[in-house]
Design a protein around this ligand. Structure first.
Ligand code: SF4
Length: 416
């Protein structure tokens, strides 16, 4: 068995325990930490639902979305009243730019209440318009992340994005026109689609070099249990051996212009903001239906039902629905996973946080990754090796598939 297959098998086994949240009904309101943390804002609407996607999203209807944005602003204000301070904001979806006027109003409120240093917003290619980007910059957005997935026309047709967002040539032009309009423009790409060949991947990377965006994130295709059947009937089964080979091509070729910011995000030297706020902040609040927050040792999720979300906020209640409190060791494992996803872990910071040296507290993990050539110790830090970077791609893939499966169950629980 390959080391990466063992890692994937082991994480799948453990994911069910780690993500077994309890629905407590009435969840105690978390007290604010004594520091700036991250605010994640979820906008769960899309004009079309892509077959491979397990995010919490609904088909867009304008009246429903406007009611939702109103409720969202109430929730954000409630965190201000509770004394929370947010230094960074990440708006994800769904499609956050689906109703630009509502998004701007929401970010203006966020600025008034918290004056965050940085705001990052996800979008789709049809919203890469100069006037929209200028509006976003005017409310402090410094990073825009656009979901491209691939520039290959056949793949785009198979995943249902060709009709909505255009073919590879059109996408390239849209991105090129948007270059320089925002501090950091990130392209989200996906690789290892069934049927994707090396030639297709090389052409995607060629397109990246032609455009030279500030940043590019290459996600491995992540299929949750609920989308597996649809994806297999549309495209075939996922070959994880090909994933390792494709990752090595991406990593090797991109190094000519980009340096890794995480195991799957590659930045030019001047682009520091990254997609994974979970790497940068070890505490965050999630607002919006189906969002997650991590405060101290507790993970919270908001209700996945839009009606319940709006209803609870109308009654002046935070829409918290589930809670899981981790042990110190479980939190240490989470910190180990996330820090090393960001390529290194500071042993002194770990000891300050968890009261013991990482190699003592998590010795099985450390021994395993040292012996398998995935990790080394340098200057008081654990650092990933090139092989380790791929191991972390596998771990994060399994982590997010676990989260997707949790979302699927939560959505099923409310009849979606
Ligand atoms: S991939 Fe993006 S656009 Fe497609 S359904 Fe998921 S969130 Fe919406």
């Amino acid at each position: 068995m390959r080391v990466e297959d063992f890692i994937a098998w082991f994480l799948r086994l453990k994911a069910k325990d780690y993500l077994s949240f309890k629905d407590f009904g009435d969840i105690p309101i978390p007290s604010p930490p004594n520091q700036d943390i991250e605010l994640y804002i979820h906008i769960p609407f899309c004009e079309q639902l892509c077959p491979y996607c397990s995010f919490h999203r609904f088909l867009y209807r304008e009246p429903q979305a406007r009611v939702y944005f109103d409720a969202l602003r109430k929730e954000i204000s409630m965190y201000k009243d509770l004394g929370y301070k947010f230094g960074g904001v990440y708006v994800g979806g769904g499609t956050p730019t689906i109703l630009v006027d509502e998004l701007l109003k929401t970010l203006e409120l966020v600025n008034d209440l918290f004056s965050p240093a940085e705001i990052s917003v996800e979008t789709n290619p049809d919203r890469l318009q100069v006037d929209i980007l200028e509006d976003l910059v005017s409310v402090g957005v410094k990073r825009v992340s656009v979901g491209i997935q691939s520039f290959d026309d056949d793949l785009l047709k198979k995943i249902g994005r060709y009709g909505k967002y255009g073919g590879g040539g059109e996408l390239k032009h849209k991105v090129m026109d948007a270059m320089g309009k925002v501090k950091t423009l990130n392209l989200d790409m996906i690789y290892n689609f069934p049927g994707q060949t090396r030639d297709m991947l090389d052409k995607d990377i060629d397109a990246i070099f032609e455009i030279e965006p500030d940043q590019v994130t290459f996600y491995p295709l992540m299929i949750s249990d609920s989308t597996r059947r649809t994806m297999e009937s549309l495209m075939g089964t996922v070959d994880y051996r090909k994933e390792a080979f494709f990752y090595s091509i991406i990593r090797d070729r991109l190094s000519a212009l980009y340096a890794p910011s995480t195991a799957w995000c590659f930045s030019r030297s001047d682009s520091k903001m990254i997609d994974e706020y979970i790497v940068k902040y070890d505490q965050y609040v999630g607002v919006g239906s189906g969002s997650f927050g991590l405060l101290g040792r507790a993970i919270y999720s908001n209700t996945f039902s839009l009606d319940e979300y709006v209803g609870m906020l109308d009654k002046g209640r935070l829409p918290l629905k589930t809670l899981k409190v981790f042990s110190n060791k479980e939190m240490a494992r989470y910190f180990f996973l996330m820090s090393l996803f960001g390529l290194k872990l500071d042993r002194y910071a770990f000891k300050d946080k968890f009261g013991e040296d990482v190699c003592k507290m998590l010795w099985p993990e450390c021994v395993f990754f040292m012996l398998s050539g995935g990790m080394s110790i340098k200057n008081g830090r654990l650092e990933l090796t090139r092989r380790g970077e791929y191991y972390w791609v596998v771990m994060m893939r399994e982590f997010f598939i676990g989260v997707d499966n949790f979302r699927d169950q939560a959505r099923k629980g409310i009849g979606l």
